[in-house]
Design a protein around this ligand. Structure first.
Ligand SMILES: *Cc1c(COP(=O)(O)O)cnc(C)c1O
Length: 410
């Protein structure tokens, strides 16, 4: 049996332990939902206050030039690039994820004009599916979205497939896909590959360059801790830049926005994927949140993440044998940074846990989802969380009528 002391020893030896004090966390609460919304950090406050007091406060409109506001989407893209294995000039921070997926789908479809199918995962996040389908309908030629069992992708690839869009870490199960292998097979079929990194960026090491990825996009507010509704990021491989057209062009993606020309001419590089004015305060929050990544590496974060998810799975099985089905793969190569436990009363269990200070979330129909974020979680938190899960299950407190009614956000 693993004891709390064993976990304390792991914390004592943890190189990431000092980073926890940067974050605002509630006392006696264990936050296992950083995969949905990361917490605020001291550097976020610092940077947002700097923008409020100095750049916006005193600089006013001059700050578009003096504080370099126009360059923020690409500057932050360059800060974020190492986290996904991208080169400088390949990442842009803008919009939110669904919008960026729309832009990349529209742009990619133009590059395969003789093909008529977009493949995506039937288990994909609903927003991805809605926007892919909508963009297919508006492609200017007949294009259909086909939702498939991702394990049968190879059977579905043929010379009519223009593009494959997959979410790299499954938001429900936490399964991580073989990015390099899948991208290679998609390319062999002559199609293009777009990865959704919503649950990957800041969660697992990524190498878009090595995997030869065409396009990718991800969230700023999950593992990157950029704040609720934070701007998202997109990746466009260098070799595609200049060829790929932004299907939602706007003045700030123009080569010369302040010439007010009535004919659109795209700016160079990823800047062409900017549509409109960057949200400077939101970018400042994300900018501050990125500071913490300079004090660690994705390798360190990954090592602790795997140790935490291993520990959680082991403790759940020791303390509660047979109570939950562990849906997340045991194989490290196939695991993101969350653990999904299946239980028919999953919603009520999560509600009862939240009342006891363990914040996880529920994903329909029966998944209790727990995110493990090495920047601010301790091994003793993992231990204490499982103790509280055990107490909810043993006391059957989740059966209380109060937990039967679903909130708007689960
Ligand atoms: C969270 C998430 C999104 C959300 O996108 P927004 O448009 O930023 O709200 C999209 N796709 C996946 C897979 C997600 O997990």
């Amino acid at each position: 049996m693993i004891t709390r002391d064993d976990c304390q020893k792991l914390d004592d030896a943890d190189v990431l332990a000092p980073l926890r004090e940067e974050f605002t966390l509630n006392d006696n609460e264990i936050y296992l939902d950083g995969n949905s919304l990361g917490p605020v950090s001291a550097s976020v406050r610092r940077r947002v206050n700097e923008v409020l007091d100095d750049e916006w406060g005193r600089g006013l409109v001059r700050s578009w030039n003096d504080a370099g506001w126009m360059g923020e989407p690409t500057r932050l893209g360059n800060r974020l690039a190492p986290l996904i294995g991208a080169q400088p000039g390949e990442v842009l921070v803008a919009d939110t994820l669904t919008f960026l997926i729309a832009k990349l789908i529209g742009a990619a479809l133009e590059q395969r004009p003789e093909r008529h199918v977009v493949l995506t995962d039937a288990a994909n996040f609903h927003s991805d599916i809605y926007i892919i389908e909508a963009m297919c309908e508006r492609a200017g030629r007949p294009v259909t979205m086909k939702t498939i069992d991702r394990d049968r992708l190879d059977e579905e690839l043929n010379d009519d497939v223009a593009l494959v869009e997959l979410t790299h870490v499954d938001y429900r199960t936490g399964e991580s896909l073989d990015m390099a292998g899948i991208t290679e097979r998609v390319h062999a079929a002559g199609a293009l590959m777009l990865w959704d990194f919503a649950h990957s960026a800041g969660a697992v090491p990524l190498d878009v360059t090595g995997a030869n990825v065409d396009f990718a996009a991800g969230c700023g507010y999950k593992y990157l801790n950029g704040g609720p509704g934070a701007p998202a990021f997109l990746y466009v491989r260098k070799s595609w830049q200049g060829k790929l057209r932004n299907p939602l062009p706007g003045w700030l993606g123009h080569a010369r926005p302040f010439d007010f020309e009535l004919t659109y001419e795209p700016a160079e590089g990823v800047q062409a994927f900017v549509t409109s004015s960057p949200s400077i305060i939101a970018l400042a929050a994300l900018d501050g949140a990125l500071d913490i990544w300079e004090r660690t590496s994705m390798e360190e974060v990954r090592a602790k993440s795997l140790a935490m998810t291993d520990l959680f799975i082991q403790l759940v099985e020791e303390r509660l044998p047979g109570v939950f089905e562990v849906v997340t793969p045991r194989d490290h190569a196939k695991r993101g940074s969350q653990v999904a436990l299946r239980h028919p009363e999953g919603y009520a269990i999560i509600q009862s846990l939240i009342e006891r200070g363990v914040i996880g979330d529920f994903r329909s129909p029966d998944i209790c989802r727990f995110g493990f974020t090495p920047l601010y979680l301790r091994f003793v938190d993992v231990f204490d969380a499982v103790e509280r899960i055990a107490s909810v299950m043993e006391s059957a407190s989740f059966r209380d009528q109060r937990f039967a009614v679903r909130n708007a956000v689960t």
